[in-house]
Design a protein around this ligand. Structure first.
Ligand code: PRX
Length: 634
């Protein structure tokens, strides 16, 4: 059992002797100090754990800041480290993937088998004219072909843009156009709560709005009827049966700084931005953080219960675990289908050792009560993880005691789509405080600063900044380098710091407590959405003249979206209209963006220059002080 002591009124959870004895990293303080004194030495050491076709010339190059380069001059491909090099060892026959579909079907794949599938798919993509440097859009449910397609694109030097399967037509069409994708890979649907999600119809509507698309490859998952267009649509299984789909394919030699993928995420203004990640630094950073933070051992079965459509799925479901030669668990459907023990059943059945998920999922399963996990032997679990939003201490304690049996440290990892991997996180040897992401990872220097960039005192809230670039950080925003500079680096240009967009405080022990976003980004159930996206969906509804969206605390989701609409002259809001508006937003963006409540107002609080003051709406809704109102228009 974990040893629990009290510190300043907070319980401090110490790891067991066994965890400490087996930990990959035992002395955090010492290695952290060295990594900060000489980050390039630290990262070069981590990079040399990977295989390079050609070694890098410089570890870090900041001559064109903020467009940093890592391992420049090096030749590598992430697929070489994630698959090819394992084939030369005993891991060839190790399980790379255990997949369970929602209806209960199971597929497993060794590294050898994964390589065959990836190579065949890569050859299929080549036959469709996919070239090095081009971006393939992937819109799929959580099935093995999603990871296989990602790896296949990268193997031949193309990049992928995975669009979360919960997004709707408008969101998908925007992302296809922004990436100039010629090829879309999708599926006829997936299983969610016993129903088919009709991805292909959404993809068809999105393609109608996307003139760049020439080819669509569809994986058959659910076997329901879908519309296929002549000359554009191909079934994946038909192509995979052709002689062109040979199981051997050269992995393309890439430069360290060549594009690996783009991933769209929400920001403060306008359309979502496609963050660009590259081959070299990203694989060094994600594999290092995964190995050290989750103490990866060869015999481990690792389950990152995220969706591959988000960065967590990219970094810690696909790339880092495969690089570390881990057996990856993947599950298609809802956590509580058909019963709330679905996850716990799979933990027991497959002997999962490490489970990494979100606070929302923990809260969602907690509400069904202890009897569901208690029906299962969860003793295979050694470590737990949390990501996406701050975890409330109540959920943390339940996760720790009921799921982890009081013996599994919880790695609460703070990071972002932009950082590629963990930035603030415990290690298994770190004494834990429920709700704190604890300390920075090696080579990561953070600061908590006030309006003027001055470090705030212990216990005070401030803005979170990263003081030095790290290898896994996104290099730019696809097609919009100015926006990248503007969004992340301009505010602290002088100091050379990265603005995270979160507020946080550090306690007397140096533990960091992330509070939440300070910009117009909303985290709903851990998913990231921009108020601007929701508002633009609202005003596209014919009756709505103006709108504002804010986040208010929600017991299960962490935050929920509340919207305020001004209707066009002469119209009156009622329940029916509110329901229609909710449905409209859900159709435009996706069910995750569906507003919790729609309010109708005569006017919105605005500054004299016409900017909506969302913080005033929020303060009013929560019944707290509205703060400084001097800029509010009359
Ligand atoms: O606000 C922070 C929150 O999620 C934001 C990043 O969202 P996204 O790019 O979608 O990436 C999520 C998965 C890495 C951050 O700015 N966040 C993420 N992890 C934590 C967190 N907030 C508190 N604690 C965390 N562990």
């Amino acid at each position: 059992m974990a040893d629990i002591t009290k510190s300043e009124g907070d319980a401090l959870y110490h790891p067991s002797k066994e965890i400490i004895k087996n930990a990959n990293v035992k002395d955090y303080e010492k290695i952290y100090k060295q990594s900060i004194e000489d980050p390039e030495k630290f990262w070069a050491k981590e990079a040399s754990q990977l295989e390079w076709y050609k070694k890098w010339k410089t570890v870090f190059d900041d001559s064109e800041r903020p467009f940093f380069k890592w391992f420049a001059g090096g030749k590598i491909n992430i697929v070489h480290n994630a698959i090819d090099r394992h084939l030369k060892t005993w891991r060839r026959n190790k399980l790379a993937l255990i997949w369970e579909g929602e209806p209960g079907d199971v597929r497993t794949m060794s590294y050898h088998a994964l390589n065959r599938e990836v190579s065949k798919t890569a050859n299929v993509l080549k036959s469709m004219g996919v070239k090095k440097g081009e971006i393939v859009t992937i819109y799929m449910p959580q099935i093995p072909e999603l990871a296989i397609t990602m790896l296949a694109c990268v193997k031949i030097g193309a990049a992928h843009s995975v669009v979360y399967g919960g997004f709707s037509v408008e969101a998908l069409a925007d992302r296809i156009s922004n990436a100039n994708s010629r090829v879309l890979v999708t599926a006829d649907g997936g299983w969610r709560r016993g129903k088919v999600t009709d991805l292909k119809s959404i993809a068809n509507d999105a393609m109608d709005r996307s003139p760049t698309i020439e080819v669509c490859i569809t994986v058959k998952r659910t076997d329901h009827e879908v519309h296929m267009e002549n000359d554009r649509d191909f079934w994946y299984h038909d192509l995979m049966a052709l002689p062109i789909a040979s199981p051997s394919c050269e992995t393309e030699v890439m430069d360290s700084e060549d594009m690996l993928f783009i991933l769209f995420t929400s920001g403060t203004t306008g359309k979502p931005k496609g963050l660009v990640h590259t081959h070299g630094g990203y694989q060094v950073f994600t594999s290092s953080t995964h190995r050290n933070v989750f103490d990866i051992k060869d015999e481990d079965r690792w389950w990152c219960a995220a969706d591959p459509g988000w960065i967590t799925g990219h970094s810690y479901m696909v790339y880092a675990p495969l690089i570390n030669g881990t057996t990856v668990m993947m599950y298609e459907g809802a956590p509580n289908h058909p019963y709330p023990n679905r996850w716990w059943n799979m933990v027991e059945k497959y002997g999962i050792n490490i489970l990494y998920t979100s606070p929302t999922a923990v809260r969602g399963l907690m509400r069904f009560g202890d009897q569901w996990p208690k029906r299962h032997d969860l003793s295979s679990l050694r470590l737990l993880g949390s990501v996406g939003e701050p975890i409330n201490p109540e959920a943390w304690r339940w996760y720790h005691s009921v799921i982890g049996g009081g013996k599994c440290p919880i790695m609460d990892t703070w990071w972002q789509t932009e950082t590629g991997g963990f930035m603030i996180t415990p290690l298994p040897v770190t004494p834990l405080k429920p709700g704190s992401a604890t300390k920075p990872y090696f080579g990561v220097e953070v600061g908590i600063v006030d309006e003027n960039g001055k470090e705030v005192k212990a216990g005070e809230e401030g803005k979170l900044v990263i003081k030095k670039p790290t290898p896994g950080m996104a290099r730019t925003i696809f097609g919009d380098p100015d926006r990248y500079h503007e969004t992340y680096w301009k505010e602290y240009e002088k100091q050379g710091w990265y603005k995270a967009g979160d507020s946080a405080r550090m306690d007397e022990d140096g533990y960091i407590w992330v509070i939440g976003r300070i910009d117009d980004v909303i985290k709903v159930s851990g998913y990231r959405l921009g108020t601007a996206e929701v508002e633009s969906a609202l005003v596209s509804y014919p009756d709505v003249a103006e709108a504002a969206a804010i986040a208010l605390p929600h017991e299960l989701k962490g935050n929920a979206i509340h919207v305020y609409c001004i209707l066009k002259a002469g119209l009156k809001g009622d329940k029916k209209l509110a329901a229609e508006i909710k449905k409209h937003v859900s159709n435009e963006i996706g069910p995750i963006a569906r507003p919790e409540e729609v309010h109708f107002l005569e006017s919105l609080p605005k500054t004299r220059s016409g900017k909506i003051m969302r913080r005033v709406l929020k303060a009013r809704a929560m019944g707290v002080d509205e703060g400084d109102l001097s800029t509010l228009e009359e």
